[in-house]
Write a protein that binds this ligand. Structure first.
Ligand code: NDP
Length: 513
């Protein structure tokens, strides 16, 4: 286990939702696990007026409310709280950044943080540029001859298209250098997502069949049961494709599709992921934004209780004539030797029937010769299901004989459930990712060219939709999106397997003669 060097963690946007719900609780859990350096300070930075005392109180309450593990360990938090402070400032103000720099230099002296800084940009994207510029202007924040380091974690969304991602990358490289930049996609910090690499590359059984010859198709669903909530203003300028597909879903897809890396290090793994994005067959808009590869949807009024809505267009902050998609489904092909002709079906949306993130790898059906004469219908194909949330685990669906004197076949599941197997709750993604950034491990972060290659796939789809006069397809809350999302896969003779769409497998009766 690497050991984190003394450092100051500076959270920009310290007054925000992410900081409270995820980042501060993650720091507490790291402290509990004894993974924080001895000499560690936490500095909150935001525009909201707060004293050190106010901020400490907010952080303590955040840990008490949102920490993954209970009960609250007062002694652990007391140690962090002693070294927690707050700096009030504007994100682009030269003077306020000077104040921050002085504060950090003081902490280097008093707390021994040795000039090492981890800056976490937990602010809306319009603040990224001024923060990065101000940090870059201050030479003390650049890696110097002293051997100290300065790193920056940058939240999603990373740009809104290829051009903006490129310009953000240029700014980061100019002011920090790629080795100091940690573009976060918290999906990569999830245990099951990391486990996909272990499953694929630490088990000899998968590699020979992990290709177009044996895999019929792959489907990935990331679904939510609620709408845009208070994020309407942000979401309306983004939409499901940018908010979910370009990052989380593409990352899941890359881990399924990538070639084995030459080593399990940041460079080798990220090299392979980039190649996946570069191999995706371009999807163009089609006539009036309609094609056989993409579906965009928008939720209407409906739903019950907490999931009741007056419809997307009536959400706070949303343009009443908005054509922003709250649902997206895509069929794409990765044009390399391994995946030749194998479709990847991806879908995500708000107000869908169930909250889940799952990858299903469906294998081809076994040859019919053996069972076709004896059985009333073909035996089931095998599925490998990677469950990312809410449950974390992996499930294999295989064919098994139902006990008894007759030959009846049923699809059965071999389940690996993370919690049941290891008797621990899996850590929050942010715990792992903050620790990795402290130790300088970039493996689970997005590299500049990776972000750009993903946008290069998304841009033509967005452009096709933007030019279309056809509005997004409507869907009712609590369903699985517009009908065309079903057609997208059913026209290929397949069906979505997640999300209550899978009828309980019947027993197939076979005779032994
Ligand atoms: P918030 O909207 O809560 O913003 C964080 C802080 O930024 C606010 O407390 C506020 O602090 C400041 N801020 C808000 N709006 C503006 C503005 N227009 N201009 C300047 N400063 C502003 O964001 P979150 O905490 O929810 O998210 C932070 C980042 O993390 C965002 O980039 C988001 O996309 C990303 N993210 C968030 C997730 C979540 O679960 N919340 C999940 C994944 C990513 P003050 O006014 O005190 O300066």
């Amino acid at each position: 286990m690497p050991i984190a060097a003394p450092c100051a963690l500076v959270i920009f946007g310290a007054s925000g939702d992410l900081a409270k719900r995820k980042l501060i609780p993650a720091i507490y859990e790291l402290a509990k696990e004894k993974l924080l350096p001895e000499k560690f300070v936490l500095v909150g930075y935001a525009r909201s007026p707060m004293t050190d005392e106010d901020y400490r109180k907010e952080c303590r309450e955040a840990v008490q409310q949102f920490a993954r593990t209970k009960p609250f360990d007062v002694a652990v938090w007391d140690r962090i709280e002693k070294n927690t402070s707050y700096v009030q400032g504007d994100y682009g103000s030269v003077d306020d950044h000077a104040k921050l720099a002085d504060h950090l230099t003081g902490l280097d002296q008093s707390a021994g943080t040795a000039g090492n800084r981890l800056f976490y940009l937990s602010t809306p994207p319009n603040t990224f540029e001024p923060i990065i510029e101000r940090l870059g202007e201050r030479q003390t924040h650049q890696t110097g001859d002293s051997g100290s380091w300065q790193r920056v974690i940058i939240e999603k969304p990373f740009g809104r298209d290829l051009a903006s991602a490129k310009s953000l990358n240029q700014l980061l490289v100019k002011n920090f250098g790629e080795k100091q930049v940690f573009r976060i996609d918290h999906y990569l910090g999830k245990e099951t997502v990391q486990n996909m690499m272990v499953m694929r590359f630490a088990n000899a059984m998968f590699e020979p069949i992990w290709n177009y010859k044996y895999i019929d198709h792959v489907q990935i669903t990331v679904s939510e049961t609620l709408g845009v909530g208070s994020r309407g203003g942000y979401y309306d300028k983004s939409g499901a494709l940018r908010d979910m597909v370009q990052n989380h879903i593409f990352q899941l897809m890359a881990l399924v599709a990538m070639e084995p890396p030459v080593a399990l290090d940041a460079r080798s793994i990220r090299d392979e992921k980039v190649k996946v994005f570069q191999s995706i067959r371009p999807i163009r808009g089609g006539a009036n934004g309609v094609n056989d590869f993409t579906v965009r949807g928008q939720y209407t009024a409906g739903g019950e209780d907490k999931a009741k809505t007056d419809g997307y267009k009536k959400e706070k902050g949303v343009d009443p004539n908005s054509t922003t998609e709250t649902f997206a489904a895509i069929k794409l092909f990765i044009d390399n030797w391994r995946w030749s002709g194998t479709p990847f079906y991806l879908r995500t949306g708000k107000y869908l029937g169930e909250k889940l993130s799952e990858v299903v790898v469906r294998f081809r059906s076994p040859p019919l010769t053996l069972f076709q004469k004896q059985c009333e219908s073909p035996v089931f194909p095998n599925d490998l299901i990677v469950k990312v949330q809410p449950e974390e685990g992996i499930s294999w669906r295989l064919n098994g004989k139902v006990p008894g004197g007759t030959l009846n076949i049923k699809s059965v599941a071999l389940d690996f459930n993370y919690e049941e197997t290891f008797h621990v709750e899996s850590p929050e993604a942010y715990e792992r990712l903050i620790f990795d950034a402290m130790t300088g491990d970039q493996t689970l972060f997005i590299r500049a060219d990776e972000a750009e290659a993903a946008w290069a796939v998304i841009d033509p789809i967005e452009q096709g939709w933007a030019q279309s006069t056809r509005p997004p397809e409507e869907y009712a809350p609590g369903t699985w999106g517009p009908k065309r999302a079903m057609d997208l896969i059913e026209n290929d003779g397949r069906r979505w397997l997640q999300g209550g769409n899978e009828a309980p497998d019947p027993v197939i009766a076979c005779s032994l003669q």
